[in-house]
Design a protein around this ligand. Structure first.
Ligand code: SF4
Length: 116
């Protein structure tokens, strides 16, 4: 386990990592060429999951996060992603996106290094 993050956050991070891989494959989307982007977004989702019980999108400002979670529109995968494959966090990128890699899988240990 990464010594810089709590056990709870580590578990959520792992679960959001697994979700991200499965969802990228299911939607035919790819991770960013810059894996630090991917790591930061997954960490943000994991933190929200820990605190609010749902992976609220970490790339937006909310006045009331608990209210937004209840509203569910921005719980990952958010409505724009589900309806139009639009992920403004750059977690899930279409093949044509200039920042898209060819990867729908990420090595977990490599990803964890970005959190150190
Ligand atoms: Fe998830 Fe949507 Fe945020 Fe992308 S934009 S990380 S799909 S909630």
């Amino acid at each position: 386990m990464n010594s810089f993050i709590s056990q709870d956050l580590y578990k959520s991070f792992e679960s959001m990592y697994k979700f991200s891989e499965a969802y990228a494959k299911r939607t035919g989307t790819y991770f960013c060429l810059d894996l630090s982007v991917t790591a930061v977004v997954i960490e943000g989702l994991a933190k929200h999951k820990n605190i609010y019980g749902a992976p609220l999108c970490p790339c937006r400002h909310y006045d009331d996060k608990a209210k937004e979670v209840a509203n569910s529109y921005w719980n990952c995968p958010c409505v724009p992603m589900r309806e139009r494959k639009e992920c403004h966090c750059m977690l899930f990128l279409s093949k044509e996106n200039e920042f898209a890699s060819e990867n729908q899988q990420i090595d977990f240990t490599t990803l964890l290094k970005f959190l150190e």
